[in-house]
Design a protein around this ligand. Structure first.
Ligand SMILES: [Zn+2]
Ligand SMILES: [Zn+2]
Length: 391
């Protein structure tokens, strides 16, 4: 009895924020009884009975979580249910990312989908298209190769870096269920230097040693994440060295794609600087040509082109100014070793790790690992387990 009381007290300490929000206690009990919405987990039924007998819901929840951990055989080739079909991880990914090209590329997800992303592509491609259709051939014909050549290189690098920022893993920490389903706990522990599942420590908590170093528990992913990592609400994942979620690249900007992002805004700034004066010079020369003025005045199509050039010239000016300001801001962050989130929320960089020059690190999940879809999506049902400390 004493041990039981001590356990109950311990669970209260571990879960002080158990009131309000989420499911009702009855609902939570049901969720524990039926973690996958279909069949009950026999060992967890015992936990629920213990809850009813003791009248201590929190003890039951804590016990249920422990039982879940004990049920997991992390030494098996892949955690799966008997008779279930295995599918590639990218095809059953449980959060908001979109995979394409057979799992080779991934991008973020948001309610706005990719409208801002299309907007940024248009702002790059239309002015650049005008440049390469009208200005580029004329400069080459005049024997000026350096400027159009440099513009072409910067354009190709900028679009390549934009693709890389949009479509590569920003440093996603896989969720608990993904780790379990793909049996990647050992690899992850080796890559990160600690156990993100927190096996052997207090459920939903972080060992004191790690907590003092800035490690935190993510309630959504149910893993321990390192300092500087954060949960992205748009992508619904924890991301290493999280900077921000950028709707214009439709992806998180984090540890593994921050260099691409910074390179992209640098190239866009130079691209605007190269394209803007060239277009300006070219069309100023045309306006001095009386025959061109006459053509614009009589030809409707030429007039439309002329107005489009003025509009896109304005876009280029805005892009140039915006990218220059953004570049200065991120240069400041790099120099001060902070991320956007750390700067905005005045969070200290506990690790003193550089923001730009730190190692990119490996991808922490294998998109092609064969997994049991029910195990991967188990988080949807076990999300009723609430934790109130070390968040
Ligand atoms: Zn998370
Ligand atoms: Zn995101």
């Amino acid at each position: 009895m004493m041990a039981s009381e001590a356990g109950a007290q311990g669970s209260n300490d571990a879960h002080p924020a158990m009131d309000g929000g989420g499911l009702s206690d009855d609902d939570e009990t049901q969720a524990i009884l039926h973690p996958n919405g279909a069949r009950p987990a026999p060992r967890l039924i015992g936990v629920a009975r213990r809850e009813q007998a003791s009248g201590d819901i929190e003890l039951g929840q804590m016990g249920g979580f422990e039982q879940q951990l004990e049920d997991i055989d992390l030494t098996s080739p892949a955690h799966r249910r008997p008779g279930s079909a295995l599918l590639p991880l990218y095809s059953v990914w449980p959060s908001q990312n979109y995979f394409c090209c057979g799992g080779l590329l991934l991008t973020g997800g948001s309610g706005e989908f990719c409208a801002p992303n299309i907007c940024i592509w248009a702002m790059i491609l239309f002015p650049s298209g005008l440049y390469f259709i009208f200005v580029f051939p004329q400069l080459v014909q005049r024997g000026a190769f350096a400027l159009p050549g440099a513009t072409l290189v910067v354009f190709l690098v900028a679009t390549g870096l934009l693709c890389a920022t949009c479509c590569t893993d920003p440093g996603i920490l896989p969720r608990r269920d993904v780790i379990i389903a793909s049996n990647s706990a050992a690899k992850l522990e080796e890559a990160l230097g600690y156990d993100p599942l927190g096996r052997g420590c207090q459920p939903c908590g972080v060992p004191d040693g790690l907590y003092r170093q800035g490690y935190r528990y993510c309630r959504t992913c149910k893993i321990i994440r390192p300092p500087r990592a954060s949960h992205c609400g748009d992508c619904d994942n924890c991301v290493l060295r999280y900077d921000h979620h950028c709707p214009f690249v439709n992806n998180c900007v984090g540890q593994r794609n921050y260099a691409f992002f910074l390179g992209f805004i640098t190239c866009v700034m130079f691209l605007a600087m190269l394209v803007m004066p060239s277009i300006f010079t070219y069309f100023s020369a045309l306006s001095d040509d009386k025959s061109m003025v006459g053509l614009v005045s009589v030809s409707y199509s030429m007039r439309v082109v002329w107005y489009l050039i003025i509009v896109f010239g304005g876009f280029v000016v805005v892009a140039a100014i915006g990218s220059a300001l953004l570049w200065v801001y991120h240069a400041f962050l790099v120099v001060t070793n902070r991320t956007t989130k750390e700067y905005r929320k005045s969070i200290t960089n506990l690790t003193e790790e550089p923001t730009l020059c730190a190692p990119r690190g490996p991808q922490l999940f294998d998109p092609w690992a064969l997994v049991d879809p029910q195990v991967v999506n188990g988080s949807m049902n076990s999300s009723s387990i609430r934790c109130g400390r070390h968040l």
